[in-house]
Design a protein around this ligand. Structure first.
Ligand code: HEM
Length: 443
């Protein structure tokens, strides 16, 4: 989900001495700094795409999206000095996502990772499906699909309801203000994904820590120490997943790791591929769902009458989830690369050029969503929102995310009807992911 723009490859591993690491850090730090500084200068000069990557604009990107949509309609799509073209209207975003002449890799199948050269600053962790085109993508996606079958979802609903009730009981029993993110929105998806992968209780705390660390990689890399943290978490997870795969190979269950272990046995996937897939399932469902719950509560508190409407009728929780996904989606954007010279959705793209796909902008397009800047639980959804992307990479976990969001909001409305803000939220400083890092509330 990282934008993949301006891909810079980290230096090949230096000897792991203290001096080697220091040199590596300095070089890496300088590259990150240079990327940031270069982008910031473009942003100051009015490059709207660059603005999406920098403060203060990225704290509220919606006015920038509106400008990009308006410009796309009048003078054509924005071509940024960052090298990217932006798809900002609903029609162009949908067209790009559905067009098989574009993919997440370059036309020769090369990844933007700079294979073999170490981690990229923008994509330091192997995110499996998100970085693969057909046929590998199709083959591996099939392996993960059974994890989201209706029968499995019924089981996750039980887990989500039990966990939400426990977390809320604990937060409310203490009395006084609490942080909705750290006390509910963050731990809930962690526990549900642990159930999905059937991670034993003894491992779940470490699992959660590594998952949270890797989740930050969806937004690219911030610093050398961030790269080190990601590398450590990846290595630790490899060991844990390696053990789990071995155990499920010997004693298969109904969980997704057992399916993956079977695929390695049957020769449909390599051990590295299934490790990356397991890692993706862990990462993709953490902070995304956390942000969904945080953004929903924030939107309802900020828009008069909306929280009261949910309290009066908690069965509106599913509608609240859909309206949040449209109005303030947890994943704001993604990227694609043209595999040939193409014209798509009014955009002209040269082979191997990148397009920034602004999902959140499409969701506020007045051509398809009347009065798009208004959050309204009773809105008639006139067009599908694109919060879960579209085409080949449509979010595999969408039914699970909807379920978790619905359970969390419904139980909140039922058990904490007087829920209200208790301080200023702390926003996540990120471009791809959007949501509060801390959301103080009181019941
Ligand atoms: C509100 C929560 C969520 C949002 C907004 C979200 C959003 C997205 C988006 C936008 C993509 C596609 C990115 C692209 O087109 O490049 C995606 C892919 C994916 N998501 Fe989600 N997601 C959420 C929750 C989850 C959950 C709970 C899981 C599973 C545990 C999950 C698993 C995946 C997987 C495996 C993919 C890769 C699909 C592919 O590339 O074929 N997501 N998600």
């Amino acid at each position: 989900m990282s934008t993949g723009h301006d891909t810079v490859v980290a230096p090949a591993a230096a000897p792991r001495t203290a001096t080697g690491r220091l040199v590596e850090d300095v070089v890496l730090g300088a590259r990150i700094g240079a990327m940031r500084a270069g982008g910031y200068v473009l942003a100051l000069r009015g490059d709207r795409v660059a603005r999406l990557l920098h403060k203060p604009w990225r704290l509220d990107p919606y006015p920038v999206y509106a400008e990009l949509r308006a410009a796309q309609r009048t003078t054509g799509p924005a071509r940024s000095r960052t090298g990217l073209t932006a798809a900002a209207t609903h029609a162009s975003v949908e067209a790009v996502l559905r067009d098989r002449r574009l993919g997440v890799r370059l036309s020769d199948g090369a990844s933007r990772l700079g294979e073999g050269d170490g981690p990229s600053l923008m994509e330091p962790v192997d995110l499996s499906l998100l970085t693969l085109d057909p046929p590998d993508h199709t083959r591996l996606r099939r392996l993960a699909q059974p994890a989201f079958a209706p029968r499995r979802l019924a089981h996750y609903r039980e887990v989500a309801e039990r966990v939400t009730a426990e977390l809320l009981d604990a937060a409310l029993a203490r009395g006084g203000p609490f942080d909705l993110v750290t006390e509910l929105a963050s731990p809930l998806p962690i526990k549900v994904i642990s159930a999905l992968l059937d991670v034993p209780d003894v491992d779940s705390a470490r699992f959660a820590r590594w998952g949270l660390a890797l989740g930050t990689s969806l937004d690219g890399v911030r610093s050398p120490s961030h790269v080190r943290e990601l590398t450590r978490a990846t290595e630790d997870l490899r060991v844990l997943f390696g053990e789990l795969l071995e155990q499920r190979r010997a004693h298969p269950g109904e969980d997704v790791i057992s399916t993956l272990a079977g695929a390695v046995e049957g020769g449909t996937a390599t051990p590295d591929e299934v490790l990356a897939l397991a890692q993706l399932l862990l990462v993709a469902g953490f902070e995304t769902t956390t942000n969904l719950i945080g953004n929903a509560v924030q939107a309802m508190h900020r828009t008069p009458g909306q929280w009261a409407a949910l309290v009066a009728d908690p069965s509106l929780a599913a509608a609240a989830v859909e309206e949040t996904l449209r109005y303030d989606p947890p994943v704001q954007l993604t990227a694609r690369f043209a595999h040939e010279d193409v014209e798509v959705g009014g955009l002209r793209l040269r082979r191997d050029s990148g397009v920034l796909v602004l999902l959140a902008s499409a969701n506020r397009d007045p051509d398809v969503h009347p009065d798009p800047d208004r959050f309204d639980l009773h809105r008639e959804q006139t067009a599908p929102h694109l919060a879960f992307s579209g085409g080949a990479h449509y979010c595999l976990g969408a039914p699970l995310a909807r379920l978790e969001g619905e359970v969390a909001l419904r139980l909140l409305a039922e058990r904490a009807p007087r829920l209200r803000p208790a301080g200023n939220p702390v926003p996540r400083v990120a471009t791809v992911l959007r949501g509060p890092l801390h959301l103080p509330v009181t019941a």
